[in-house]
Design a protein. Structure first.
Length: 284
């Protein structure tokens, strides 16, 4: 891409967590693998929209002819980390008919009467679809651990259930991309204040955000524990520095593109004689 500052190292290498990963040591201000600035990042984000759209169309087209492949992007983060911006800027290039988006809120009484994965299973993407979870089954090990809503034994059971669930999905043809947007506590404070200072953003603010902020260190410990228990070969975690929104967006775009590329998608072969059909169309 002429004039475009590209990644020197792919985020699937720099942001995928390893055995000795420490969230406490991860820098939310960093831009791993990318030498450009905000303007460069905005350029590459726009330049690659076409590639995202083409991959998605191939995925959708394959499924119309029996393909089983699909993509599931899982976004986890503290409040204000930018999940909405990721969806708006990275997924916007895709055809809406090929996207399944689900923002998981607090479970209803009915959902609570089932195992925690019951409501998740119903929302997994169908063949040919790109699924996006804005928060996910990981809420049931994060917030439940922080507020002691579940026993340590139950949390461990849920880790095992999550690993089994994600393994079933990958066996069914799903490529899973798990992303934690890593924002600093100071940056979150700045974004909360910005919401309060802008009447157009008041609808985004909730006093509940401030209540959960008081448990910041507990949440960081809960994320660390979840990473250690659920970072698998089939569904690895990626921790994306999110203090710079532009970097988080291009990093997730690269992860999505890489995952779609790994699916080795192909355009379906025509099940008709193309020259004959061309002749018929020309005569019509």
């Amino acid at each position: 891409m002429d004039g475009v500052v590209e990644f020197k190292q792919h985020p699937s290498d720099t942001l995928r967590i390893g055995k000795d990963f420490s969230l406490a040591a991860a820098d939310p201000d960093a831009t791993p693998g990318y030498p450009g600035n905000k303007s460069d990042g905005q350029t590459i984000l726009a330049e690659l929209d076409g590639a995202v759209a083409e991959f998605q169309e191939k995925l959708f087209a394959e499924s119309r002819f029996g393909g089983k492949k699909r993509l599931l992007l899982i976004l986890q983060a503290m409040d204000t980390a930018g999940k909405g911006g990721i969806v708006n800027h990275v997924i916007a290039a895709m055809d809406p008919q090929g996207v399944q988006f689900k923002a998981f809120k607090a479970p209803t009484d009915q959902e609570k009467s089932y195992d925690f994965l019951w409501r998740i299973e119903k929302e997994v993407p169908a063949a040919g679809m790109v699924g996006i979870f804005d928060r996910s089954h990981y809420e049931d090990v994060l917030i439940h651990r922080v507020h002691n809503w579940a026993t340590p034994e139950e949390i461990k059971r849920r880790y095992r259930a999550i690993n089994e669930f994600e393994a079933r999905q990958t066996d069914a043809g799903t490529k899973i991309v798990k992303v934690m947007l890593n924002i600093s506590k100071d940056e979150q404070k700045s974004r909360l204040l910005a919401r309060l200072d802008n009447p157009a953003k008041h609808w985004k603010y909730s006093s509940g955000d401030l209540k959960e902020r008081a448990f910041w260190n507990d949440y960081m410990d809960a994320y660390q524990a979840a990473f250690e228990a659920t970072n698998t070969e089939a569904a690895p975690w990626h921790v994306v520095p999110a203090n710079k929104k532009w970097y988080a967006r291009i990093a997730v775009q690269q992860l999505v593109l890489g995952a779609l590329s790994d699916l080795r998608l192909e355009w379906p072969k025509a099940e008709f004689d193309v020259p004959i059909e061309r002749e018929l169309v020309e005569r019509s």
